[in-house]
Design a binder for this molecule. Sequence first.
Ligand SMILES: Cc1cc2nc3c(=O)[nH]c(=O)nc-3n(C[C@H](O)[C@H](O)[C@H](O)COP(=O)(O)OP(=O)(O)OC[C@H]3O[C@@H](n4cnc5c(N)ncnc54)[C@H](O)[C@@H]3O)c2cc1C
Length: 445
Amino acid sequence: MTTPPTALKTFDVVVVGGGIAGLTVAYRLGNQNVLLIEKETQCGGRTLSTNMGSYVFNQGAQMIPGGETNVAKLADELGVLRTLIDKTKTSTYINGKLVAASSDFKYLLGLPIPFVEKIKMALRTVRMRSRYNGIVDRAPRSDDRTFQELSERTLVELLNIKHPDVKGLWDSFSMASSTLRSDEVAAFQPVNTFLHHAADEFYVEGGTVQITRALVDQTDARVETGAVVTEVASIDTGVSIKYEQNGASHQVQARQCVMAVPAPLALRVLHDLPEKKRNALAQCEYGAMSSAAFLVDKPSEYFFGEGVWRVPVVGKTTIGIGDPTFTFPEALKQEDGRGLIRLYAGNAGSQMLQKMSDDEALDVFEEDLFDIFPSARNSVLTRDIKHWPYAICPWRVGRLDLIDDIRAPHDNIHYCGDYTENSGLESAVLSAQRVVSELANTPYR
Ligand SMILES: Cc1cc2nc3c(=O)[nH]c(=O)nc-3n(C[C@H](O)[C@H](O)[C@H](O)COP(=O)(O)OP(=O)(O)OC[C@H]3O[C@@H](n4cnc5c(N)ncnc54)[C@H](O)[C@@H]3O)c2cc1C
């Protein structure tokens, strides 16, 4: 520990990072003396959205999971409207074919895989639903046998997947939930996402960013944007935080500090970490994702068909394609006459796309779009793209063994963010709740 600098502005709590996790902590701390520091000019992190035509391109998070989840309740509490995504079909694009059906049975029948694989898949799905439904959206616990079971083997091992097309199918789920393929990731994340997809999901009216905007508006904390934290160090009186803003260097002190940034970014600014903590954070590698949106000259339903909101895609750079207009009023869509289509890529695809110019990367997505929907050729009006170098922290096998060290606070520094739970908005909010109770229960040293 270094000697405390004198005469520095002191806060009860400094929160580093203004994504949904950091903002939720700041909001829940009420009228305590809190400073939140965000490096971008706008808070929101991976919840950012932009408008395209009459619609919204959610560049990051696209839906709120579940009606009774903590993030759903938070949206309600903030007065942010959410609409049930009333999907009526299960669908997949595989081997050049878009399969969409209103029942699991018809969907399985339509899949271009051998009959015996369809039977195996049906049995696996039933088993997965009955055995693992209880883990959905729960905080992973290192002493829970079900979480252990899902963390100690890959999805391929858990489901004994052998057929390449079936593996391709599961890859698209596992890449959407973790950015990694089903033979690389622990079963936990894709199983959670698979069970999730069958449950209720909600669209945030105006885009997911409305939740983080409402948090900014309703928090009592002082929020500094365009402020990059460069060093966080424990001192005798608490924590010292240095940041750069508008070309000037600043330093503040806090009795307690909350690191609400992805683990690799936390490691860059924390230098005196206990070895166990450093090792745990160092194993939280992140996968990248890229998302793109195309405004087209016909309503999206023209391409997707009725009842299809999201289509996992097998065997392309694109791992999923969806209809962001799905919950928009029919009258608006008819009057507007246009549609919006969103595509996204997992880690390998995104790494490749990030080496290209935006136009070149959009061309790659556009080729996928035309393969999936040939009638979209000559329909594109405008397009947009967003890369996320730190999109999702995948669970490699054995990750559960690290979870307690990943979460553990030390020397008045606390850790939150989706990676300290699973991944996704619910995990980010869960992590914020844990940190708020840690802050209340940690006597300041
Ligand atoms: C393409 C994509 C699609 C997704 N879809 C969904 C979905 O449909 N549903 C779902 O539930 N989840 C989804 N997610 C995941 C979800 O967006 C994240 O889990 C969640 O937003 C993470 O919030 P967070 O606060 O933990 O982290 P972040 O949102 O990453 O917030 C961290 C913040 O810290 C800031 N920061 C970083 N370094 C510094 C520094 N040195 N100084 C100051 N500030 C700093 C960053 O700018 C950022 O604002 C998706 C993610 C992506 C990328």
